[in-house]
Design a protein around this ligand. Structure first.
Ligand SMILES: [Zn+2]
Length: 324
C-alpha cells in the first residue's frame, strides 16, 4: 500500500519503495512519483499527473483515491501507469507555485531560470517521464492526462487543451475526453512549455491538459463534481469500455493568438473575475498597452486564461475561435 498523497504531504519516504500486488508491480520513484505495471501484457502506457499547480487539489485527491483503490483491489489495473504529483512543496503550502509557474518550464525552459527546487523538480519530471516511456513495451500507445482546475470560473466549465502538434490527434484520447462530459476541446496553435507539450513532442504521447473546474483548498472539494472524469480514468486504467456521454456535443476551439504582456500599463478590457470563454465581437478592444491595443478581428472570439498579473513577456490570455 502506497498512500502517495499522505506520503507527499508528510514529506515521507515509504517503508518499502517497491513491491508486488495481486495484479501489478509498483515502484515509488521519488516524492509524488509512483509507477505501476500490470503483470499481464498492456496496450497503453499512461502518465496521470496532477498538482503541477499546488493549489489545484481536487485532481490530486482524485488520483490519490484511484491509487488507494488499485492497492485495495477495488480497481483492476490493465495498463502501465505513472502517477505524478507535480509540485510537492507547493501542494504542501497550498499555493499555485513558489517562484515560477512549473507549467511554463518544460522542454528545457527551466534551464533559463535561476536554479531552485522547482527547476530541479521539472528536470526530475522530465527524466522520470522519459525513463517511464522508454522502459514501456514498444507496442504500447503512450498517453498523458495532466489534470488541473482553473483559477477563475468558466462559461464552459470543463475543457481540455491539446498541445500543438502536426500529426493527427489520437482517436481514443478524444473519445475518452468526450466520454468524460467535457464541454470543450481547445487546440493550441504554437509550441508551448507545458508538461503535456513535453510528452507530446518528445515521446509522441497522446497528451492533453484538462481543466476540471475551480481550484479550492483540500477538504473543500465536492468530488461528485469530478465523477465523469474519475469514471473515465478508471475505465482507461482498467481497460473497460468508456462510459456514455450525458451532455450535448462537445465544442471545439482553436487558439488563434496569444496576448503578450509587454509593459506595466497592460490592461485587459474585462472585469477582474470575468470567466474563461468570455467573448468579444469584431472590433472590440480586448487589451490595451503602450505597445499597441489588441482588437478582435474575427466575428466572434473567446478568451481563455485572462490574467493581467503575469510577469512582463508572459502570456496574459489566449484568443480562440470556434471550429464549426
Ligand atoms: Zn493548473
Amino acid at each position: 500500500m502506497v498512500d502517495l498523497l499522505t506520503l507527499t504531504l508528510d514529506r515521507q519516504t515509504p517503508e518499502k519503495i517497491q513491491g508486488i500486488t495481486q495484479d501489478f508491480t509498483w515502484q515509488w520513484l521519488g516524492e509524488g512519483l509512483l509507477q505501476c505495471t500490470p503483470k499481464s501484457s498492456y496496450a497503453k502506457t499512461i502518465v496521470l499527473s496532477a498538482g503541477i499547480h499546488g493549489n489545484e487539489t481536487a485532481p490530486i485527491e482524485l488520483l490519490a483515491n484511484i491509487i488507494n483503490d488499485l492497492f485495495a483491489g477495488r480497481l483492476a489495473l490493465a495498463e502501465r501507469v505513472l502517477f505524478v504529483l507535480g509540485n510537492p512543496e507547493a501542494i504542501r503550502q497550498g499555493v499555485r507555485y513558489l517562484e515560477n509557474d512549473m507549467n511554463r518550464m518544460f522542454c528545457g525552459a527551466y534551464q533559463h531560470l535561476k536554479q531552485d527546487q522547482e527547476t530541479d523538480r521539472v528536470a526530475e519530471l522530465e527524466q522520470v517521464t522519459a525513463a517511464f516511456f522508454e522502459q514501456s513495451s514498444v507496442e504500447a500507445q503512450r498517453y498523458h492526462y495532466d489534470l488541473h482546475t482553473a483559477i477563475r470560473a468558466s462559461l464552459l466549465p470543463v475543457f481540455a487543451l491539446f498541445p500543438y502538434q502536426t500529426r493527427p490527434f489520437d482517436d481514443f484520447l478524444i473519445q475518452s475526453l468526450d466520454a468524460a462530459d467535457l464541454d470543450a476541446l481547445v487546440y493550441h496553435n504554437a509550441v508551448g512549455k507545458t508538461f503535456t507539450h513535453f510528452t507530446a513532442e518528445t515521446f509522441q504521447a497522446a497528451s492533453s491538459t484538462l481543466e476540471l473546474g475551480k481550484a479550492k483548498p483540500f477538504g473543500q472539494n465536492d468530488l461528485a463534481e469530478f465523477a465523469s472524469i474519475d469514471q473515465v480514468l478508471r475505465a482507461v486504467l482498467s481497460g473497460q469500455a468508456l462510459p456514455i456521454r450525458h451532455k450535448s456535443s462537445i465544442r471545439q476551439f482553436k487558439v488563434i493568438h496569444s496576448i503578450l504582456k509587454q509593459s506595466e500599463d497592460f490592461q485587459l478590457q474585462l472585469s477582474a473575475d470575468a470567466p474563461n470563454f468570455s467573448t468579444f465581437q469584431k472590433g472590440e478592444v480586448i487589451a490595451t498597452q503602450q505597445t499597441g491595443n489588441e482588437v478582435a478581428v474575427d466575428q466572434q472570439v473567446w478568451i481563455l486564461f485572462p490574467n493581467p498579473n503575469v510577469k512582463i513577456g508572459l502570456r496574459a490570455g489566449l484568443i480562440l475561435t470556434e471550429i464549426e
